[in-house]
Design a protein around this ligand. Structure first.
Ligand code: FAD
Length: 529
């Protein structure tokens, strides 16, 4: 088990099969399956696991119609089943069509090229090889439509958008986008070939691939994207008003706890805000909630808890941008904590100090929670966890911008003090226990590799995206703010590229973007746009 657990874990967006679950999962299934039979002692399998995981993440939204799985033939419990399925070499790739009988032992994929783009195209071919009768239950039509089918739709009203992707015959983009949008409601995606001249004439389309949008009210427009890439097409469609990810209960076990544990708040009137800004109201509300609600559940702080709390206060005092009343409060708290000879402090004393300070200046921390960029569309969504991420992103950027800020704090020798303090805070105090466990796993795996300030910024960004991937479509996903890789192309087009048909980040541009987005000059003191 240990070796398999290292190669693939339940954090990866694929199914880990075993002798007991293989046949019942892959046959008589409403979806197709692509299974990699590997051996955890085979060096090539170990090297290839990164590609398989990246592919699984790339096609995570296709799971309703085709699932990716692994089975480790090196485990004794799986010896018999690997023999039964005639697995002689590792890795062996087999696919199973939807609704296949229990006797099906799968079809071997022998393609020499096992790179992401080729296997992804194989997955599409598998889906298209089904007949109308046996295709996966939720598989949308993947064949191209003709002008005759599509022209009558122009000008028609409907209860949803229809996007038409017009592309060359050898292009897979249309089918990929159709499958990317599978878990979303409010939109249908169809494809059509660049040889459909009547449609092309009617829509005045001359470059491919292009995307054309029919609105529910009967109007239609050519949809402009900055780059004609799958990621840009899928991203722009996902963010159309009214297009929403259908929620699943998967990945949400922790969100139930999170909602219950963290969100005691009433919904306030909606405030329009600008997604390209960071609002100080959110940062202050994060501190308000943290100090007055989350920590207030602890009657006393002592030992490791007290140390973590002191470090957190020091970090915010030194790195919170723009000075002002928050910094003054944190400095006062920090001085007070450092001056105390006590090993153990009643938390009420902290609250008294925070209250006292507030009554002197009146404006240290807002007297109530006021979310702006972290507003949720319903009570229980977004709010505190959103603001905590935001606060720590701001602190990573500020740590890079102010190289001497941490001197003489006791934290100056840590390579990544913001991450280390965040890790300890989340482990010790964050109300969502499951979230803490996940974060700790990620931190234990890679946080020690962070050596520089810019790596610190990027580590947190990447880890946050891992959480976004995992939670997309879960109960904590606000339909108005669906979880997706961030920043979106509309916030930062130059952050996104494609290499060998696979979406890749341009890390230099992501770093530039993060420095700007979470930098002091992008902080807005306003409570709405
Ligand atoms: P959030 O994910 O909270 O993001 C807030 C804002 O940050 C976004 O609106 C966006 O502007 C920006 N942003 C988004 N992605 C990035 C990025 N990659 N880099 C920089 N900025 C970004 N919930 C669970 O259900 N299960 C968990 O295991 C879990 N783990 C968590 C671990 C931590 C450390 C934290 C702080 C929260 C965790 N949560 C977890 C909560 C969850 O991540 C969200 O915070 C919550 O669901 C609210 O989501 P949101 O839509 O407001 O966006």
């Amino acid at each position: 088990q240990a070796a398999a657990a290292q190669l693939y874990t339940d954090q990866d967006p694929l199914v880990i099969l075993s002798s007991g679950s293989l046949q019942t999962s892959v046959t008589n299934s409403s979806s197709a399956w692509l299974v990699q039979f590997f051996s955890s002692w085979c060096g090539h399998c170990i090297q290839y696991s990164g590609t398989w995981k990246s592919l699984a993440q790339d096609v995570q939204d296709w799971q309703l119609v085709i699932n990716m799985a692994v089975l480790d033939c090196a485990l004794e419990e799986n010896f018999d089943v690997c023999k039964e399925y005639s697995i002689r070499f590792y890795p062996t790739f087999k696919y199973f069509r939807a609704h296949s009988p229990a006797t099906d032992r799968g079809t071997i994929y022998r393609g020499a090229d096992r790179q992401i783009q080729s296997v992804r195209q194989l997955m599409i071919n598998i889906l298209q090889n089904h007949t109308r009768l046996d295709r996966p239950n939720h598989c949308p039509p993947l064949d191209p439509y003709s002008s005759v089918d599509l022209l009558p739709l122009l000008g028609q009203r409907s209860d949803h958008y229809t996007a038409i992707i017009i592309e060359d015959p050898d292009s897979y983009v249309g089918r990929e986008v159709i499958l990317d949008l599978l878990p979303f409601s409010g939109l249908e995606v169809k494809r059509c070939l660049s040889s459909e001249l009547p449609l092309l004439d009617a829509l005045k389309i001359t470059t491919f691939p292009s995307i054309y949008l029919l609105h529910p009210n009967g109007t239609h427009t050519h949809l402009h994207v900055q780059k004609r890439l799958r990621f840009f097409f899928s991203s722009v469609l996902r963010t159309l008003p009214g297009v929403q990810r259908r929620l699943t209960s998967e990945g949400s076990s922790s969100s139930v706890g999170l909602v219950g544990a963290l969100q005691h708040r009433h919904l306030q009137p909606w405030r329009d805000f600008d997604r390209s800004k960071v609002y100080t109201a959110d940062l202050e509300s994060a501190l308000h909630y943290l100090l007055r609600v989350e920590l207030a559940t602890h009657n006393t702080l002592e030992g490791e808890e007290l140390k973590v709390f002191k470090d957190f206060v020091t970090l915010v005092a030194k790195l919170y941008p723009g000075g002002g009343s928050v910094v003054k409060l944190m400095e006062t708290l920090s001085d007070w904590l450092l001056s105390l000879p006590l090993q153990r402090i009643p938390y009420q004393a902290v609250l008294d100090l925070v209250d006292n300070k507030m009554s002197i200046s009146g404006v240290f921390l807002g007297a109530e929670l006021r979310w702006v960029g972290c507003q949720g569309s319903q009570a229980g969504l977004r709010g505190y966890p959103c603001s905590l991420w935001t606060l720590f992103h701001v602190l990573t950027v500020q740590h890079e911008a102010t190289p001497t800020a941490m001197e003489n704090t006791g934290l100056e020798d840590e390579a990544a003090p913001v991450l280390q303090v965040m890790r300890r805070y989340i482990r010790m105090f964050f109300g969502c226990e499951q979230c803490g466990r996940h974060f700790e796993q990620a931190a234990a795996a890679t946080m020690d590799q962070v050596q520089t300030r810019d790596q610190q910024i990027l580590w947190l960004w990447n880890q946050h995206n891992m959480v976004n991937y995992r939670l997309a479509g879960s109960l904590s996903d606000d339909p108005l703010f669906p979880k997706a890789p961030w920043p979106s192309p509309s916030l930062c087009a130059s952050c996104h590229e494609e290499k060998n048909g696979v979406h890749v980040w341009n890390y230099d541009n992501v770093l530039l973007f993060l420095r700007h987005h979470y930098g002091a000059s992008n902080l807005s003191p306003r409570y709405s746009m």
